[in-house]
Every structure is written in C-alpha cells, then in structure tokens.
Design a protein around this ligand. Structure first.
Ligand SMILES: [Zn+2]
Length: 402
C-alpha cells in the first residue's frame, strides 16, 4: 500500500515535470498549493527538510542493517566456538571412556590377584612363615588400597563423562538458540531492506519534487513575479507582456494539428481566428520581421522572430489582405502587421488565395530561430494562450487560456 502511493506520487511528479517542459512556459502552473513566490520558497525549504530527515532515516536503517549483519557474524562465530567445544567434550568423553575401560581392566587384574592372595593355599603358605605374615598383611593392604584407588578413579571418570554429556546437551541447545537468533536477524534485515527501499522511493519522489519546485521558482523569478504577488496574477500579467492576441476578439474556427477537410486528413500548421475581413492585425509579440511575401496558398504572409521568456519563437500571420511591415523592421505589440483577409482574397470570391474560403486570420507559431521554411515547419507548436476548443471565443488581447 505504501509502495503504491509512492508510485502514484512519482507518476504525478513525472507528469508535472514533463508538462513543465512540454507546455509553453506561460502555461506553467504551480503543482504545489503555493500562491506566491515566497510560499514556493517556503515549500522548497520544507521539501529540503523532508529530504534531510528521510536521508537520516535511511542512514539509520542502514546502520541497523549493519548492526544486524554484525550480530549474525557474531552468532556464526559463537556457533563455530560451540562446535569446537562440543568436539572437545566429545573427545573428553572418549578419553574418559578409554580410561574407564583401562581402570576396569586393572581392577579386574588386581581383584584376581587379591582373590589368589586370599586363597587358602597361599594363606597357609604365608602363615607358616611368621616373617612372611607381615609381608602378607602388607600385600593385602596394598592390594586393597589399589582396588579402592581404581574404584575412586572409576567414579571420578564416570562423573567426568556425565559432566561432558551434560555440556554437549547444553552446547547443542546453545547452538539451536544461536541458529534461531540468526533466523531472527535475517528476518529483521529483510524487513529493514524493505524499509530502506521504501525510503529510497520516497527519496526519488522528494528529489523530483525539489527539482520541480526549484524549476518553478526559477521560472517565476525570471518572469519577474514579486515575492508576495499572486502567481496567477503574475502569469496573467507577464504572460500578457510576452504574448498578446493579434486582435481584441475572435473565434477559433480551426485548431492546430490534424483535421479533416472534405474527407481528407491534413495537418493544420496553426489556428484560424474568425474575424471580419479588414480587421487590424497587431503583433502578438515584440520582435523583428524576418520576411513578408505572397503565395497562392496563404496569401500575404508575415514572419516575425521573437524571444519570449528566453525562448525563440517565429510567429506567422497569413491570409492578410495587406501587409503593413517590412523585413528587418523592429516591432512591438502595438505594431500593425497588416489587415486581415481571407474572403475577398479567396479564389472562391475572385481572389488569388486558393487556401482560404472565408474571412479569417491564420496564426502559426514555431519554437525556433528562423533558418528556413522547413526548419520553421519542423518546430511548429500549438500557438500558446488560445482556447483549445473549436468554436470558442476570446474577448481581449490579454485573455489567456491554459
Ligand atoms: Zn489556417
């Protein structure tokens, strides 16, 4: 469940970042809840603090993993130790058993000798010789002592065997405990590894979020938004400075991209703005006129090179009835490009332009520095800030549509 939500957060972040680069800069909206640059900076600080605490958690988890690995190594060392001890105990048991059988053999020998001593014949033989009597007693005494000594040794050895057997049992029990501990440590390590992985996922998420936040701050800084200015207001304000509609009011007759005309699919290089023929067309941007010309498909056309928010754009105005600017001219957003056409210029109504049927202004935007027509065509984008729905209207030069 944790993993899933982290995945979703990452996906959202990736989408936000992609949209940051794909969408035109003016369309960038804060993914956060911040409404001002100052709040964005505050959020960035929080993200960085989160990142730090997350890194600390990761470090702690790693040190716990290291500790558990140490514990395992210790337990394995202990197991080896106890194995050596068990072997020692086993050897001791064997040695003791050997000694016991040796002592048993000796005791039997001495007992046989003793019985022989106590036998009648020997006894009589010794009794007849008084000097030998003392010797006899001494010998019997010595034999008795020897027997007692051997029996004592046997008892001691049997005790030793019992001790060693007990030791063996205890060591095996200890080994089992150690193995149990290793199992537990391994389980704990696997848990910690999972935790660490989750923390790494969070790290990736936070890092992406920080990157996005920093990009946004930089973007709004470059736009010149005030620290406490509402970002929407700023985007509208600066956006208006960057891009203005060429006419104060219009209807989107045709959208940018693929469209069907008379059952045939074709790629529309810009948008068509429905306006009355003869409407004054002003420059959308501050820039330089690159070239102006007339063709039988597009009519009078004006190409303008501009830079908005540090990015190069070429803006094309087509189907004009007349052109008011010339190549090389520096223009601003109040400069008249020309007057709109599309109706009288159409071949349908006695004109020369076979690519128009009614009154409209065609606007294309290419994100490039103008090098050639094919280069212009290769970098066409959806003209920024217009309604994205066919038939929709805009009602001012500053109205902005995301
Ligand atoms: Zn068009």
């Amino acid at each position: 469940m944790k993993k899933l939500s982290v995945g979703i957060i990452n996906l959202l972040l990736i989408i936000s970042i992609l949209s940051l680069y794909i969408l035109e800069p003016m369309a960038v909206k804060a993914a956060s809840s911040a409404t001002t640059l100052a709040e964005l900076r505050q959020e960035l600080k929080q993200l960085q603090a989160q990142k730090q605490s997350n890194e600390k958690k990761k470090e702690m988890t790693q040190s716990q993993i290291n500790q558990k690995n140490k514990d395992i190594a210790n337990a394995q060392g202990e197991i080896k130790n106890s194995e050596a001890k068990i072997e020692e105990a086993t050897n001791n048991i064997k040695t003791s058993e050997q000694k016991i059988s040796e002592y048993e053999a000796k005791t039997e020998e001495v007992m046989a000798f003793y019985q022989l001593m106590m036998g009648e014949n020997s006894y009589l033989e010794f009794v007849t010789d008084s000097s030998s009597m003392t010797e006899l007693i001494m010998r019997i005494d010595a034999v008795e002592q020897l027997i007692k000594y051997n029996q004592d040794q046997l008892v001691t050895l049997e005790d030793l065997i019992k001790d060693n057997e007990q030791k063996q049992v205890e060591l095996k029990k200890y080994q089992n405990e150690l193995n149990q501990n290793i199992d537990n440590y391994e389980k704990k390590i696997s848990e910690l590894e999972t935790e660490k992985l989750a923390l790494s996922d969070i790290s990736v998420g936070i890092n992406e979020e920080i990157k996005l936040q920093q990009a946004q701050i930089k973007n709004f800084e470059q736009m010149g938004c005030g620290e406490n200015e509402n970002l929407d207001v700023c985007v509208a304000r600066i956006g208006s400075n960057g891009w203005l509609k060429p006419v104060p009011k219009g209807r989107i007759n045709s959208l940018f991209g693929y469209r069907n005309v008379a059952g045939q699919s074709s790629n529309h290089s810009g948008i068509d703005i429905g306006i009355n023929e003869g409407t004054e067309v002003l420059s959308s941007t501050v820039g330089t006129v690159i070239t102006t010309f007339r063709t039988n498909c597009g009519g009078n056309q004006v190409y303008v090179q501009s830079y908005v928010d540090g990015k190069p754009y070429v803006v094309l105005y087509a189907h004009l009835k007349s052109i008011s600017v010339s190549a090389g001219q520096q223009i601003n957003q109040q400069t008249r490009i020309g007057y709109s056409g599309g109706y009288s210029t159409s071949t349908l109504h006695g004109g020369y332009d076979r690519c128009t049927t009614g009154a409209h202004l065609h606007v294309s935007v290419s994100q490039t520095v103008y090098k050639s027509y094919s280069n212009f065509v290769a970098h066409l984008i959806n003209p920024p800030g217009y309604p994205k729905t066919k038939g929709a209207y805009f009602y001012s030069r500053t109205q902005w549509f995301d």
